[in-house]
Design a protein around this ligand. Structure first.
Ligand code: FCA
Length: 331
């Protein structure tokens, strides 16, 4: 009879010997990838993950959907994926500065990584070029936001000198900066006075983060009757719009234009009474999810290197055309 300690040793040796076998097995059988997102409850990310899963069902690979709302959660999601035999993951990180730490962990495990939406940055703040990325063309989409706001101000006959702009910002996230800078650029080009643009820095890229950022700015600038609102996404613009409602501004006095074109915007357009949420520049979250998952799959299964950087474009969606645009973009 072997003693207990040697039994344990035996079991340990057996599992160590089996581990590489199991990994090799997983590799020849099916490809399994993770899809980790920073805000798993947001409509944009729900759709993106669903599209990745659908792509997997069609092409024959498995997708594990995970949330990673902070660094700790992301690292345990990666451990979890490795333990399940996943060979790589697509990620929209909760903080782009986690890039080097995430890549470290992935490389230890020999996992392939593609970023979606938010691109990793190095410790000096530069984009991490070595990691394939797919995301919005931030400046261009931001400019579409600014142009849509300018057109609507004109349609309502507003005098721009008497209008205030609520710019909800997130300076830690380069794509957010590109988007709000793009919108600002287009507004200035349309003749909007720079002195009437007020920043509301948000802590998190969601409705509640934007609401808290917007409220004090509105009360500090109580002299303005007309407001326009923009931000990195529609969830944040909605936070700004909700803040104007709480402040007592009528919907006619507010023009908010977002970015994404997800369930949050559809719900707003479906209301019987229009709110200050005028429109959103819709981008296909379906395409983002499907394309990145497929690229990663082909990288793992066929050794096909994904494109280094893919920039996607957007289409303005308002109450008038949202259903058509939704269909067109497969949302
Ligand atoms: C960022 C935003 C999301 C979405 C995505 C494409 O991650 O936070 O709402 O706009 O980019």
């Amino acid at each position: 009879m072997p003693s207990l300690p040697s039994l344990t040793r035996l079991a340990l040796c057996a599992s160590l010997a089996l581990a590489p076998l199991a990994a090799a097995q997983a590799q020849t059988d099916t490809v399994k990838i993770g899809f980790i997102v920073k805000k798993p409850e947001q409509a944009w990310f729900i759709n993106e993950q669903q599209a990745a899963t659908d792509a997997g069902e069609e092409l024959g690979f498995q997708v594990v959907r995970l949330g990673g709302e902070d660094g700790q959660e992301v690292l345990s999601a990666i451990d979890n994926l490795y333990a399940q035999g996943a060979q790589g993951f697509v990620i929209c990180p909760p903080d782009v500065r986690l890039g080097p730490a995430i890549m470290n962990r992935a490389e230890q495990y020999g996992m392939k990584v593609i970023t979606v939406d938010d691109q990793f940055v190095t410790s000096s703040g530069e984009p991490m070029e070595g990691v394939p990325h797919l995301g919005m063309s931030g400046t261009r989409i931001g400019m579409q936001v600014g142009e849509a706001i300018a057109a609507e101000m004109q349609a309502r006959g507003w005098n721009m000198d008497e209008v205030a702009a609520l710019r909800i910002t997130n300076n830690e996230l380069p794509t957010a900066v590109e988007r709000t800078d793009g919108a600002t650029q287009a507004l200035l080009a349309a003749g909007f006075p720079e002195a009437n643009i007020f920043d509301a820095p948000q802590q998190s890229t969601d409705t509640s983060g934007a609401f808290s950022a917007a409220s004090p700015v509105l009360s500090q600038r109580g002299g303005f009757e007309h407001w326009v609102i923009y931000a990195l996404n529609e969830e944040s613009v909605l936070g700004g719009v909700r803040a104007t409602e709480q402040y007592g501004l009528a919907p006619d006095n507010v023009i908010g234009v977002g970015i994404n074109g997800s369930g949050a915007a559809f719900a707003e357009f479906s209301r019987s009474n229009p709110t200050g949420f005028h429109g959103t520049v819709a981008v296909s979250s379906t395409m983002h999810g499907r394309q990145t998952a497929e690229d990663l799959y082909r990288w793992i299964a066929e050794d096909e290197q994904p494109p280094a950087n893919t920039e996607t474009t957007g289409t303005l969606m308002t109450r008038d055309n949202w259903q058509d645009v939704r269909e067109e973009l497969g949302l």
